[in-house]
Design a protein around this ligand. Sequence first.
Ligand SMILES: Nc1nc2c(ncn2[C@@H]2O[C@H](COP(=O)(O)OP(=O)(O)OP(=O)(O)O)[C@@H](O)[C@H]2O)c(=O)[nH]1
Ligand SMILES: [Mg+2]
Length: 202
Amino acid sequence: MMEVNNVELVMSAVSPTQYPTTGYPEIALVGRSNVGKSSLTNVLINRRSYARTSSQPGKTQTLNFYKVEEDLYFVDVPGYGYAKVSRQEREKWGEMIETYLTQREQLKGVISLVDARHEPSQEDVQMYQWLSYYEIPILVVATKSDKIVRGKWNKQESIIKKKLEFDKKDSFIMFSAQTKMGKEDIWKWIETQAFGGNEVGI
Ligand SMILES: Nc1nc2c(ncn2[C@@H]2O[C@H](COP(=O)(O)OP(=O)(O)OP(=O)(O)O)[C@@H](O)[C@H]2O)c(=O)[nH]1
Ligand SMILES: [Mg+2]
């Protein structure tokens, strides 16, 4: 697992002209508002509260590029499914992330977060199907697993995979930002996508 000492939020971007130009591989995090994207980012980079987490959904409004060492970027994508934004804002959001996800050469994979407790929403399914269509490597992370008893993890995994029409070529990991369960496996997936399996930075 990559040992992270240095992280920097280098850019909050809304358009391609603002994306970083260093050329490092990028891993994006997507999921509905409040699902735990910022919390996962913080666990991966060993910070308690580097990426802003909030109990108020819809806090993150831009593509946030976190530079991890001189190796890669995590891109925190603003959450979908936040009801209180206007249709116009939603359309703008859609355009921003569609442009990023379909046109960014440096993008090596997407971590799609779902809530471990629930069947994925229609928007979760749409996002997963959409990423599949563009042949983007996907890791589905079922987060907040600390909120369900261990005995139900397998059942929840089946429910989530069935609803998403999960493809075997993708990966699935149960995670908790509270217990950090799944962190090492998520790092392994990231390193494989970003560097073809060669560990760096240790
Ligand atoms: N128990 C538990 N709570 C979590 C976990 N992950 C996130 N949370 C909580 O869920 C809330 C939302 O987490 P964030 O990480 O801010 O969610 P986000 O997806 O970044 O939300 P937006 O930026 O609004 O899209 C916060 O109160 C977190 O503390 C987890 O694994 N377990
Ligand atoms: Mg966030």
